[in-house]
Design a protein around this ligand. Structure first.
Ligand code: S3P
Length: 174
């Protein structure tokens, strides 16, 4: 693993756990470049994530995520916020974790539901349907083991700046 000053910092976790907000804060504090994988895909495709799901399909979106994981794994000194499922794919984990420290942000299904419903600008196609609460609970259950492999940080009752500070404290110990 390369030295900490240059090692990528990768944020994973379920939708609505604050990866993008925390990642931006962390990048600012560390004076590093910030990359959000969903935003990068949107810029390159010229389409928003829900449009990619609708027009090209989820499998195409996952291939785009894999390509970006491979690319970012070749770079250093970044703070990277990943889409909620990117780090559940073993090939993506391999590409990113050999050159980066991975932190998984965790929240309860209630907190996630409240955050994603108040985040009207960021539409999550996987949560479309009559009962997003049930969908969140089911997906969390399905993904639990995958997320738990990483160093997890509970975001409950914490501000994004608190989480960024927590990460800054942990980094020198890694
Ligand atoms: C997804 C999470 C989203 C986005 C896409 C799929 C997922 O990113 O990549 O809607 O499968 O968990 P956020 O976690 O940033 O919302």
């Amino acid at each position: 693993m390369p030295d900490n000053n240059n090692t990528n910092i990768i944020l994973t976790g379920f939708m609505g756990t604050g990866k993008t907000t925390v990642g931006k804060l962390l990048a600012k504090k560390l004076k590093r470049e910030f990359v959000d994988t969903d935003q990068l895909i949107e810029e390159r495709q010229g389409l928003a994530v829900p449009e990619i799901f609708a027009k090209l399909g989820e499998a195409a979106f996952r291939r785009m995520e894999a390509a970006i994981a491979g690319e970012l794994g070749e770079r250093q000194g970044l703070v990277i916020s990943t889409g909620g499922r990117l780090m559940l794919d073993p090939a993506n984990v391999k590409a990113l974790s050999s050159t980066g420290h991975v932190f998984c942000l965790v929240a309860t299904s209630e907190e996630i539901l409240s955050r994603v419903t108040s985040d009207a600008d960021n539409h999550r196609p996987l949560l479309d349907g009559a009962n997003p609460g049930e969908r969140i609970a089911a997906l969390l259950q399905e993904r639990k083991q995958g997320y738990e492999r990483f160093l997890t940080l509970d975001t409950g009752n914490k501000q994004p700046s608190d989480i960024a500070e927590d990460i800054l404290k942990i980094l020198p110990t890694l």
